[in-house]
Design a protein around this ligand. Structure first.
Ligand SMILES: *[C@@H]1O[C@H](CO)[C@@H](O)[C@H](O)[C@H]1NC(C)=O
Ligand SMILES: *[C@@H]1O[C@H](CO)[C@@H](O)[C@H](O)[C@H]1NC(C)=O
Ligand SMILES: *[C@@H]1O[C@H](CO)[C@@H](O)[C@H](O)[C@H]1NC(C)=O
Length: 301
């Protein structure tokens, strides 16, 4: 604590010689850090893959889905599925530029996701032991999200293994927006457990809270480099409420009103630069922020 205070004073002292006062403030708050233009741009292909999750399987299987597909022109599709009704659309394939297998799940629009995550009857339940062998029974997730992930789990795993072997890679990135982000976060955990030698990461957009504290801790240990990107005052990331026992894993990136992106340390950082602090209740949320834009990309097909 004393060392930290001294460090702040040193930063303050050295900065105030070199920089005007606005710069000094940024230096002191350095634990919440702004992303560079290049760091933001690096998310772009994943953002587009999350958006492509909304395209029907008949168009993702041969990469004929229009603007979303054309924006990632070198993608090699492997499998697609879902009916967009009882099972969200999904696709799996390989991106040679990123040298990663990509898994994407369709999301829902704000009017459909809000009832799922504001329902006071929401149940937390343990993960399916056949899909998630060895995971402690203290780990609990939203029952609807758990069921949605289980619906496509084995088909996704088979497609990922096919893509990994065809393209000689161990890198897998799961992406999605909204409900699709919740399914893809569970997929990332599932794939990392089923294939311990794979290098799995998750990049999600407008992610609701998926599970309890033990779940968030497990995710932090298995997927230490994940990102969940929240746009401005989107209410979805603050739901279901913490009072119901839900906790976000670390890795939040928050798009501020200024369009700057900041990395928020910890789980559910309550700083007003991060979603949990910026949107204290659903009434301070702006539903229209849920679909984007995320660096110019509006989710949808
Ligand atoms: C893609 O597949 C769909 C459904 O099988 C088909 O109707 C369409 O013509 C195909 N498009 C291209 C560009 O191959
Ligand atoms: C962590 O994720 C970011 C964003 O996807 C990526 O640019 C970076 O290379 C990753 N770092 C590691 C160590 O995997
Ligand atoms: C939020 O970020 C700040 C840095 O500004 C950090 O000191 C704090 O521990 C974080 N809070 C949580 C809950 O992780």
């Amino acid at each position: 604590m004393l060392a930290q205070t001294l460090l702040s004073l040193l930063v303050l002292a050295s900065s105030s010689f070199a920089f005007p006062s606005a710069r000094v403030e940024i230096q002191i708050r350095q634990a919440i850090s702004a992303l560079s233009t290049a760091q933001i741009a690096a998310y772009r292909p994943y953002t587009l893959y999350a958006s492509t999750g909304y395209c029907s399987p008949s168009t993702t299987i041969n990469w004929s889905c229009g603007a979303n597909c054309e924006a990632n022109p070198s993608f090699v599709p492997v499998a697609s599925g879902g009916d967009g009704d009882s099972v969200q659309f999904w696709f799996v394939g390989f991106d040679p530029t990123l040298n990663s297998v990509i898994v994407s799940h369709q999301g829902t629009d704000t009017s459909e996701i809000l009832p799922i995550i504001t329902d006071v009857e929401i149940e937390l339940e343990t993960l399916n032991a056949a899909l998630f062998p060895g995971v402690s029974s203290s780990v609990e997730v939203h029952d609807g999200f758990g069921k949605a992930q289980a619906d496509t789990a084995t088909a996704v795993l088979a497609a990922v293994q096919q893509a990994m072997s065809a393209h000689s890679t161990t890198a897998v990135t799961t992406v999605g927006h909204s409900l699709g982000a919740a399914i893809s976060l569970l997929d990332a955990l599932y794939l990392s457990i089923q294939m311990p030698s794979a290098s799995v990461n998750f990049i999600g957009y407008g992610l609701p809270r998926v599970g309890n504290q033990a779940f968030a801790n497990l995710i932090d240990s298995k997927l230490p480099n994940l990102s969940h990107i929240n746009n401005k005052e989107d209410p979805v990331p603050i739901l279901p409420g913490e009072f119901l026992g839900f906790v976000h894993p670390s890795g939040e990136k928050h798009i501020m009103d200024s369009n700057a992106w900041v990395a928020c340390p910890g789980q559910d950082n309550d700083s007003n630069e991060c979603s949990t602090g910026d949107v204290p209740t659903i009434f301070s949320g702006v539903a229209g922020d849920h679909d984007g834009p995320y660096d110019g990309v509006e989710m949808g097909c």
